[in-house]
Design a protein around this ligand. Structure first.
Ligand SMILES: [Zn+2]
Length: 412
């Protein structure tokens, strides 16, 4: 916040000075404006005791243009010994005031300080920045160490007797019972330490580094790019239709991939909760054999839509089979129907992808495996018909989070 003043000690001798009030945290309201005017007038009176009158010019912001500010002027005049004769407001659209001009100068001064790798995050550092290199000419910087905070702190110290014995905890209480409750809960309050940007950057760098070895690093293949250093002007010619969407050839899944996906699917059926394709993809990318090697090569990774399409194909085949069996309304049917509804919108998205894969050999092989799946379905059905205690079923559902480490040993 800036206040720009022109002093006229002598008609032939103009002098001007600028006050910058830097406050850490406060609401910019009329009370603050009155406090700052009070401070400036008091300082001026100390500077030159002969000053008797003052005129104030502000812009049209609500904090200046309010009854509270205007009505405080007589009291201020009396207190400081300088009569405030006028209070003018800048016309709307009247251009920027002289204070704004100085604000721009101060900002550029601070920005230069910032560019020298200094932090300017609070009032103290801002004042430091303003005063760097001798400061700006005719500018006085006043830092307020937040008067409000001092008041509340002293009140707190007076009122709150019982302080938390925990180290670095700032809680204190009026009643002993509250302290006991605080200690029992253990919800200690700590003042956050000042963290510089450099510290934050280092922490981020460390976390990225520590997480890095879990992921495989994909190196850019330099084979694709052949640059002739002697012939930089040469631009590779584009073939006709280079911007058209590329039609992908139908992908055939390897046995390893199918086995992995089937296991995930059967696992979902057995436990009544299906694996999400996204999870399957990430499991696939991170699955390691017992020797610590990755099971799947990068070329063997599948996309989410591929996994989803594969699952939905198996599922539709199962429902068809179940319809053929036309057994009594079983629980397994209802499970399949539900999952069909859940994945309905996904099927629409992947309809085209599915079409291209429809003649995939995988489908035929999946049909062969149906016998196994239907058997397991019937097992589930039988199990559900038997009256089991609810707790046992719940326990089963709780143990659904499994790691693939046990399964992965089968690959290697
Ligand atoms: Zn505490």
């Amino acid at each position: 916040m800036l206040f720009f003043l022109i002093l006229i000690p002598d008609l032939n001798n103009f002098e001007h000075t600028v006050f910058v009030h830097v406050i850490d945290q406060c609401s910019q309201d009329s009370k603050l404006v009155v406090a700052i005017i009070d401070d400036i007038l008091s300082r001026l009176k100390v500077y030159d005791n002969s000053i008797q009158q003052a005129c104030i010019r502000c812009d049209n912001a609500g904090c200046y243009h309010s009854a509270y500010t205007a009505l405080s002027m007589p009291a201020l005049s009396e207190k400081c010994g300088i009569a405030i004769r006028r209070m003018d407001f800048a016309d709307p659209q009247g251009g920027r005031g002289s204070s704004d001009r100085y604000a721009a100068i101060m900002k550029s001064h601070v920005r230069r300080y910032l560019n020298e790798k200094h932090d300017v995050t609070n009032a103290e550092q801002f004042v430091e920045a303003c005063l760097s290199y001798g400061g700006v000419k005719t500018v006085n910087v006043v830092e307020y160490i937040s008067v409000n905070d001092e008041c509340t702190e002293s009140i707190d110290q007076a009122a709150n007797i019982f302080e938390c014995p925990e180290e670095a905890c700032i809680s204190s209480f009026v009643k002993y019972g509250n302290l006991l409750r605080h200690l029992a809960i253990g919800n200690h309050r700590h003042i956050p330490e000042k963290v510089t940007l450099m510290d934050t950057a280092k922490k981020m760098f460390h976390t990225r580094l520590s997480n890095a070895d879990n992921k495989r690093v994909i190196s850019l293949s330099s084979n694709d790019v052949v640059l002739d250093s002697n012939n930089c002007d040469q631009v590779p010619e584009l073939t006709v239709g280079w911007a058209l969407p590329v039609t992908r050839p139908p992908v055939r899944f390897t046995n390893k991939q199918k086995k992995f996906l089937d296991e995930k699917f059967n696992d979902g059926i057995l436990h009544g909760r299906f694996w999400k394709p996204e999870t399957v993809v990430s499991e696939m990318q991170n699955a390691k054999s017992s020797q610590g090697k990755f099971i799947f090569d990068i070329k063997e990774w599948l996309t989410t839509s591929q996994v989803r399409g594969y699952f939905s194909r198996i599922r539709s085949i199962i429902t068809q089979k179940n319809a053929q069996f036309s057994s009594s309304t079983s629980s397994s049917n209802s499970v399949c129907a539900e999952s069909e509804q859940e994945e309905g919108q996904d099927l629409d998205e992947d309809a085209s992808a599915e079409e291209s894969l429809k003649d995939d050999v995988a489908v035929n092989e999946a049909i062969e495996r149906i016998t196994f799946i239907t058997e397991t379905n019937q097992m589930v059905e039988r199990a559900s018909k038997e009256k089991r205690p609810l707790s046992s079923i719940q326990n089963e559902q709780k143990t659904q989070k499994r790691s693939t480490s046990t399964q992965s040993q089968k690959y290697s």
